[in-house]
Write a protein that binds this ligand. Structure first.
Ligand code: PGA
Length: 254
């Protein structure tokens, strides 16, 4: 059985106090209401990470992650945060390659391959994001784009390391737009990703990896998406800022 995960991506929202109170609501609701072994992963801004990790300590149903990290071990990179620092406060995950990082900060597959290596070196699990833009889908290039993101971003890894990744398929046209990919569209891509992994590694590796869907996922559409055989959870932006909505999405796996 693949691990089921619902990850929240708070992006650049919530000050310290508001972040802590949202997280404490999430933890309490998960404790009271989540009956399965699915995991919530809250990816907050850096400033919240240490406190959230302390709050979640010893409770395996809720983990904490960052939204980005630098590719170097340490050094003269003013304003940057290393994977080692993130791991040192008790975070277990880091989102890499989110489309907003690719689009606004020029992150390339090549750079993301380096970030992935450094995250794994420091025992952080990458949530590695891939997905096509609207123009790419309209030009029917979406399979090619996704394959290239996999090949250049993560297929350099040995199988033992690849196994530690979580992948997230996020069609850029569905992020923050209210337009969700249909469950069939999402399943088609998830199955394609799994087939590519089976060809590169083997079927066991492909069958074991958790692949999340992201892009306007909410409590109303989560059940239909998560019912698809290759969709193992979600990466949630907007709806992760409301404890009720986020935990309701997580409860889809109850
Ligand atoms: P959204 O964002 O749920 O607000 O569409 C998803 C994401 O960016 O990960």
């Amino acid at each position: 059985m693949r691990k089921k995960i619902v990850a929240g991506n708070w992006k650049m929202n919530l000050d310290y106090t508001d972040g802590l109170s949202l997280f404490s609501e999430v933890i309490n609701m998960v404790k009271d209401e989540v009956t399965g072994d699915q995991q919530a992963v809250v990816c907050s801004p850096f400033i919240h990470l240490h406190s959230l990790a302390q709050m979640a300590k010893g409770y395996h149903k809720v983990a904490v992650g960052a939204q980005n990290a630098h590719q170097a071990e340490s050094g003269a990179y003013t304003g940057e945060i290393s994977t080692k620092m993130i791991a040192s406060v008790g975070a277990q995950y880091v989102i890499l390659g989110h489309s907003e990082r690719r689009q606004y900060f020029g992150e390339t597959n090549e750079l993301l391959a380096k970030k992935t290596d450094m995250a794994l070196k420091n025992q952080l699990k990458p949530i590695f994001c891939i997905g096509e833009t609207l123009e790419e889908r309209q030009a029917e290039k979406h399979f090619d784009v996704i394959k290239q993101q996999l090949v250049e971003g993560v297929f350099h890894l040995e199988a033992v390391d690849f196994d530690k990744l979580v992948l997230a398929y996020e069609p850029v046209w569905a992020i923050g737009t209210g337009v969700t990919a249909s469950a069939e569209q999402a399943q088609e891509i998830h199955a394609f990703i799994r087939k590519e992994i089976a060809e590169k590694y083997d079927q066991t590796v492909a069958d074991g990896i958790t692949i999340l869907y992201g892009g306007s996922c909410n409590p109303k559409n989560a059940a239909e998406l998560f019912a698809k055989e290759d969709i193992d959870g979600g990466l949630i932006g907007g709806a992760s800022l409301k404890s009720r909505d986020f935990v309701d999405i997580l409860k889809t796996f109850n």
